[in-house]
Ligand binder design. Structure first.
Ligand code: UD1
Length: 457
């Protein structure tokens, strides 16, 4: 069967049944995140980028939580359970219904290998399309011990020898299996059931497929990937290495795309961060998932931004926290210690200092004074504060939602606004000031007398 691009259909089988004990975590290993996305989702996205139209994920027992994450990235994915961990060959067998009748190609990859690039996946597909029966992605780690060694002859791959089963001479080979293997589905079907477990670990090694295919005179090839790209994560230290590498790649992407990063190593992105041209980001800024930044925005130091859209020309921070559901319009200024949650802020509006704007709809060119708080929560319900265009909210205001402040209105500093303010009105929600003439000296005398009294005691 051919797909639209004239290529054979592609199935990806993602192995996620690892025990993950070295993570020392209540969370399954493949749900740990890199760049704010679970590792298993990275693997699925790599497969999708290579054109995989079907995804099969093999999970371990009691790991149903992985299914929901898989479905979020690929609603049509099929999840299979491997009840006993009997090896990578056995794991692939669990996904048999997915490849039993498939006519195209199959790529097997591990869910704990989050940095695989679309280019590597595409090169596997290209070789299969060009006539290879199997393509193995190899790499040369600093220390090859523990990995399966690639036994090659010219550009042909003859076998993969697992470390425990390898001779001294084979262990001297530096080129090893990354775990990413492409098969023509007919080839996979021809070998998968012939894999035995007569080896040092007593496991069904998927890698034995190579020797079986070679014996069948099938064409087995290999490619070599960068070691960092195929890093497998099995503990927190590798997770941190993968994160560091992921961040470096993202920073390079953004700088190439016209974003100025003042101190790149201190700026952290998520897998889906989008940033427009000529944006400047100062040191120590963190982007959680779901952020889209328009062109010409300046983000100053120590901002934390997630699930938010920032319009062109806005200036954010330093020390701003922009949270879920924030839609910040063009040319808005949000200054130090301003927190915005689930709020829409119109073009050119300014909140320069010390504010909480939650569940608010704010118009254009409005000034939000220092210390303004939208009181959106009564302990049970969340309510909306609506503020029009060209409004002036005086400093230190408490806007008790639900409340609406009309276009062009003013609220006096220090007000607690509990009732709607009509357009053009000035609202005073505070006690009137009283000046008592010549009272200060008397007050001081009283205070001095009190101290003298205390001294006697
Ligand atoms: C495997 C390869 C080895 C390669 C190395 C790269 C085999 C036999 N060996 O060895 O050639 O150099 O990966 O990291 O394939 N898994 C299951 N079910 C199982 C066993 C494993 O789903 O029963 C999954 C794991 O979740 C993991 C992956 O397969 O993501 C690799 O398994 P692991 O046991 O770590 O294989 P290695 O011994 O490292």
């Amino acid at each position: 069967m051919e797909n639209g691009a004239g290529m054979a259909e592609l199935l990806s089988i993602i192995l996620a049944a690892g025990e993950g004990t070295r993570m020392r975590s209540a969370t399954p290993k493949v749900l740990h995140q890199v760049g704010g996305l679970p590792m298993v989702s990275h693997a699925i996205r790599a497969a999708q980028a290579a054109g995989a139209s079907s995804i099969a994920v093999v999970i371990g027992p009691n790991h149903e939580s992985i299914s929901a994450v898989v479905m979020a990235v690929s609603p049509s994915a099929r999840v299979y359970e491997q009840t006993e961990r009997l090896g990578t060959g056995h794991a692939v067998r669990q996904a048999r219904p997915a490849f039993e009748t498939a006519s195209g190609n199959v790529i097997v990859l591990y869910a704990d290998t989050p940095l695989v690039t679309p280019a590597t996946m595409a090169s596997i597909v290209a070789r299969l399309e060009a006539g290879a029966d199997i393509v193995v992605v190899g790499f040369e780690p600093d220390d090859p011990s523990g990995y399966g060694r690639l036994l090659t002859e010219g550009d042909r791959l003859l076998a993969i020898r697992e470390h425990k089963d390898a001779t001294e001479a084979e262990r001297a080979i530096g080129l090893v299996n990354s775990g990413i293997i492409g098969f023509r589905s007919a080839t996979l079907r021809a070998v998968i059931d012939r894999i035995g477990n007569d080896n040092a670990k007593g496991e069904f090694y998927l890698t034995d497929a190579i020797e079986l295919a070679t014996a069948d005179k099938r064409k087995v090839e290999y490619t070599v990937a960068d070691a960092m790209e195929v890093i497998g994560v099995d503990d927190r230290s590798k997770l941190a290495k993968a994160e560091t590498q992921f961040q470096e790649l993202r920073r390079d992407d953004f700088m190439r795309a016209g974003v100025t990063l003042k101190d790149p190593a201190t700026i952290h992105f998520s897998w889906d961060t989008e940033i427009g041209r000529d944006v400047t980001i100062w040191p120590n800024v963190v982007f959680g998932p779901g952020v889209r930044i328009g062109a010409d925005v300046e983000i100053r130091s120590f901002c934390d931004i997630e699930q938010a859209v920032i319009g062109e020309g806005a200036s954010i921070g330093p020390f701003a926290r922009i949270r879920g559901g924030a839609e910040v319009g063009p040319d808005v200024h949000l200054g130090n210690f301003v927190e915005v949650k689930k709020s829409r802020i119109g073009a050119g509006t300014k909140a320069g200092h010390l504010s909480y704007l939650g569940d608010a709809v704010i118009g254009a060119r409005t000034n939000i004074g220092a210390g303004t708080i939208t009181c959106n929560y009564d302990g049970v319900n969340k309510d909306v504060t609506t503020i029009g265009d060209d409004v002036f909210i005086g400093s230190n205001a408490s806007l008790v939602a639900p409340v609406t402040i009309g276009d062009g209105a003013y609220t006096a500093s220090g007000s607690v606004i509990t009732e709607d303010v009509p357009a053009g009105a000035v609202a005073f929600g505070r006690a009137r000031q009283v000046n008592k003439s010549d009272y200060a000296p008397k007050l001081r005398e009283q205070a001095l007398a009190k101290r003298a009294q205390k001294g006697k005691r």
